[in-house]
Design a protein around this ligand. Structure first.
Ligand code: 5GP
Ligand code: ZN
Length: 118
């Protein structure tokens, strides 16, 4: 069977290589890439390769792979001259600020006093 895809979804296009991205990790089920409008230096996104609009529609068996990739990327960023802290977040629904309806985790490196988000 074909993997779940949405022809109008920009993240599906990134997965399929139709849209370019600055990729930082790829495995069987997930990819991670830099956010095109970073809220802070190093702002990255982790997505499942399959199209699922939000957390509610994510199959159980993809939650582990996405979280493992999220931690792996966050750990790599935290090493050496890393940030002082790290926020992980994701939005569900327009009211929550979701703009791309293909599930994604935000990895947001933080510096003390940067005021990016409270
Ligand atoms: P949301 O607001 O849905 O939680 O997050 C969507 C994120 O995707 C935003 O931070 C936005 O900057 C990022 N984004 C939107 N379009 C693109 C794109 O074409 N490429 C990349 N790398 N990031 C994108
Ligand atoms: Zn998609």
């Amino acid at each position: 069977p074909l993997p779940p895809r949405d022809g109008n979804c920009i993240f599906c296009k990134i997965v399929d290589g139709i849209l370019p991205c600055h990729k930082i990790h790829e495995d069987e089920h997930t990819i991670a890439f830099m956010d095109i409008f970073p809220l802070s230096p190093g702002h990255a996104l982790v997505i499942p390769k399959d199209h699922h609009p939000d957390l509610y529609s994510m199959p159980d068996d993809l939650l582990g792979p996405v979280m493992r990739t999220t931690r792996r990327v966050a750990l790599a960023m935290a090493k050496g001259q890393g940030p002082d802290g790290m926020n992980l977040f994701q939005a569900n629904g327009v009211a929550a600020g979701q703009t791309v309806f293909h599930f994604h985790m935000h990895i947001l490196p933080r510096r003390t006093g940067d005021g990016v988000i409270s």
